[in-house]
Write a protein that binds this ligand. Structure first.
Ligand code: SF4
Length: 227
């Protein structure tokens, strides 16, 4: 199994923890605002897991956590086995996911292999596929992942990258139904930078982001991130 990127020291990817971040290849979404375009399009140089594992062994006691991000990590055939090996070194494990593979999330939780999950909520159900750059999406899987996380008993967060071209008051009101009763949602500021799949998209301004936060706060604790 091969990854396509590694951040050897991150203070941003796991709350209050120092982490190593591993980027998986490929994704089943094509979110136009995705910052990991090279991972998603599978165009980065592969790094064998064995190499990563040897590096992680040198980090025991020096870093707290390992973050599996993407691309979409749950598409990796040997993900569970690899997480078992990394967890056995004593690290906290965080999974970043788009929620399309609830069975993998469930299995990881069942084995006690996860300490934190972050799942993207792209938009309202009606706009979900469009926002994810897909023709169609199995929304039942997305909803199942949401429920699994809500009942997981571990730390988790949902997060939405706000993009002017995709989100408005109506879609945010409808999206609220997907996350009703969840613990935490972050509304993230979009930044048009190098590596974005589609150039020329725009951020949602702070006034509108605050309006969205107020709407969502009626059903879930909501904070802005990056504003
Ligand atoms: S934002 Fe996440 S789900 Fe969307 S294409 Fe990028 S890696 Fe995949």
């Amino acid at each position: 199994m091969e990854f396509v990127g590694i951040d050897k020291f991150s203070l941003l990817d796991y709350d209050e923890k120092v982490s190593v971040v591993l980027f998986s290849p490929a994704c089943n979404f094509r979110c136009p605002f995705c910052h990991n375009g090279e991972s998603v399009l599978n165009s980065n140089t592969p790094i064998p897991f064995e190499e990563i594992y040897q590096f992680l062994k040198t980090r025991v006691g020096l870093i707290d956590a390992v973050v599996f991000t993407g691309g979409e990590p749950t598409l990796m055939p040997e993900l569970i086995e690899r997480i078992r090996e990394v967890k056995a070194l004593g690290f906290l494990i965080k999974l970043d996911t788009n929620g399309t593979n609830p069975n993998i999330i469930e299995q990881l939780l069942h084995e006690g292999l996860l300490d934190y999950i972050a799942m993207d909520i792209k938009n309202s159900e009606e706009r979900y596929a469009w926002t994810a750059g897909c023709q169609r999406i199995n929304m039942e899987n997305i909803k199942k992942s949401i429920e699994i996380m809500k009942n997981s008993g571990i730390n988790y967060e949902f997060r939405t990258t706000l993009v002017k071209e995709f989100h408005d008051e109506k879609s945010i009101r409808e999206m609220a139904e997907l996350v009703r009763g969840a613990k935490q949602l972050y509304l993230q500021k979009f930044v048009d930078r190098e590596g974005v799949i589609q150039k020329g998209l725009h951020e949602v301004n702070i006034e509108e982001a605050n309006k969205f936060r107020e709407i969502l706060s009626e059903v879930v604790s909501t904070e802005l991130r990056g504003y």
